[in-house]
Write a protein that binds this ligand. Structure first.
Ligand code: ATP
Length: 319
């Protein structure tokens, strides 16, 4: 193997740049040439591929987003689109590819390997919804961003003695809501993996109010539904004034935390090692603090589940 390429695909996540840097720098350390593919699979199909040097990835470890840009590419979902991508890789004499992205990007990467092209996935998504790994790059930063926002909301909630409903990202996975909710001492955390009962939420609010608590925070993962709906239900039941904040894309941005930078550095370097050791069809994962490779087949056949013991703990602690 002489020449490898790296791309970022799907939703961007803080720490993707640190992962790109790790692929490039460890690639050169091992005597490889490293190419960057711009705009994910779209750029791969179009041949938007450029050589990266050691200096190309200087001063990016601390930046959010991705210097290679990202995209969602419908054409790559077709056999013809993927054939074009392989032709471009061959034209640029690239022997192996590192795909930094989420589960959708890995579905695409797996199909590239089926065409005989060695590909390694690095999990980069704020959602933490890739089953085979304990953490994905970007998740820790997103949780910290949410916590910082909720701390500010808490200040005003306390001053005005109100109930705040905060809607956070997580269409299919409740991890951001769960971790941020636990870190912030939220009264209730609503996640897609656990159907909620409005009666239980109302009872909790009443219990807190009876013990003299004058403000409450409820976190709703977007996959559960709208924070506004939850707020309306609470107002209907209790007659309390509520406020809703939808955090939105602020959760995707920002400088990656030290945890995400270290995770991305370890994972990017591991992807290069896997390619060099002849692996052709794997994703990188962290399990029990070990960075390892897992076959795409095994990884993609599992279903993601957040750590439900955290959900139970949050309930105990917000009694
Ligand atoms: P995130 O969930 O964080 O946004 P993701 O990688 O899951 O990241 P997707 O939009 O699901 O984001 O996928 C990114 C791209 O991967 C798609 O636009 C498409 O090009 C490719 N892709 C997704 N699913 C498939 C599939 N089943 N087959 C081939 N390619 C796919």
């Amino acid at each position: 193997m002489k020449r490898i390429a790296v791309l970022t695909s799907g939703g961007d996540a803080p720490g993707m740049n640190a992962a790109i840097r790790a692929v490039v720098r460890s690639g050169y350390y091992h005597g490889l040439e490293v190419y960057g593919v711009y705009r994910g699979y779209t750029g791969l199909i179009q041949g938007d591929i450029e050589k990266m040097e050691l200096g190309t990835v200087g001063d990016i470890i601390h930046r959010g987003g991705t210097v290679l840009y990202s995209s969602r590419c419908e054409e790559f979902k077709t056999e013809a689109g993927r054939q074009k991508a392989v032709e471009q890789l061959k034209k640029h004499q690239i022997d192996g590819l590192v795909v930094i992205g989420g589960d959708g990007s890995f579905q695409g990467a797996k199909k590239l390997t089926a065409l005989g092209f060695p590909t390694i996935g690095v999990p980069g998504t704020i959602d933490n919804d890739i089953p085979a790994t304990d953490f994905t790059i970007g998740f820790d930063t997103a949780v910290n961003t949410v916590v910082e926002c909720i701390d500010k909301i808490r200040d005003t909630a306390t001053s005005h003695e109100r109930t705040y409903i905060v809607e956070v990202m997580g269409r299919d996975a409740g991890d951001i809501a769960l971790w941020a909710g636990l870190a912030d001492g939220a009264e209730s955390i609503l996640i897609p993996e656990a159907p909620y009962q409005i009666d239980e939420i109302v009872e909790r609010l009443q219990r807190s109010s009876e013990r003299g608590k004058k403000h409450s925070i409820i976190i709703v993962a977007e996959g559960v539904g709208s924070g506004l709906d939850v707020a309306d239900k609470i107002t209907d039941r209790l007659g309390w004034e509520t406020r809703v904040t939808v955090l939105g894309h602020v959760q995707r941005g920002g400088s990656p935390t030290a945890f995400d930078r270290v995770l991305a550095s370890r994972m990017g370097a591991k992807a290069v090692e896997l390619l060099l050791s002849g692996q052709r069809d794997m994703m990188v994962a962290i399990r029990n603090n070990d960075v390892i490779g897992i076959d795409f087949d095994e990884a993609l056949s599992q279903k993601h589940q957040p750590r439900m013991e955290l959900y139970d703990l949050a309930k105990i602690l917000s009694i």
